[in-house]
Design a protein around this ligand. Sequence first.
Ligand code: IPD
Length: 265
Amino acid sequence: MTSLHRERRCAESIARLAGRHILRERSQEVDISLKAPDDLVTNVDRSTERLIVERLRESFPDDRIAGEEFGHEQGSHGGEGERTWIIDPIDGTLNFAHGVPLYCVSIGLQIEGQTRVGVIYDPNRDEMFSAAEGQGAHLNGQPMAVSDVDGLAPAVLVTGFPLGDTDYFEWTMRQFDLLTRRSRGIRRLGSAAIDLAYVAAGRLDAFWEYGLNPWDTAAGILLVTEAGGKVTAINGSPFSVDGPSIVASNGHFHTALLDALQSVV
Ligand code: IPD
């Protein structure tokens, strides 16, 4: 295993470039369309993904790249030691399209299916959240850690609402009701990657959601674990970026949170 130093530095600098591109483009007219009912995409998501893919391709020509908007770009680095960059050019597209400044660029590197580098950049606040496996998590170069809140009652939680009229939506509404009563409060920010970065930075104590995609979580899960937190599925099994659910917490009340979430589904 390499030190991942180069990969992390490159991901940070590409995320920063992408963030600047998003802010520049935001001042022009943004072209918004629907890629599925309730699921927006903009011309800026697409141009940002192109920029990220080009830069990654220059630095790591053999790696695979999987992006939210254009799917998989095949590299030759399959099989043993397989390396795949998983990118979300704008996580929080709905916020972006409506001028709400809560969105980010998310870039994760998975090696043999495990995230080893994770970078989330919030261009509106110029905040770079970054981690490499075994090397801790950092916010703008300073070490960051999860909170030490030890129990549901004093915890501030965050979640997202799954798209469509599904069981996931029904369960989330019931969980939202229960946990609003049992915790200090719940936030709904509209960017799963920012939710994970904020749990890693100790700003929020736990996050849960159903139905996310690999590009929403690939980078953020490493931030949380490297910052000392815990990530599982809602049923307590090991987390997979292929879903169907995620619970990421500071680790101190993870079991209590899982019990509460499971009690209403
Ligand atoms: C969305 C955000 C949101 C989550 C949605 C995602 P996108 O990602 O992460 O918080 O609730 O499920 O699709 O579409 O803005 O990249």
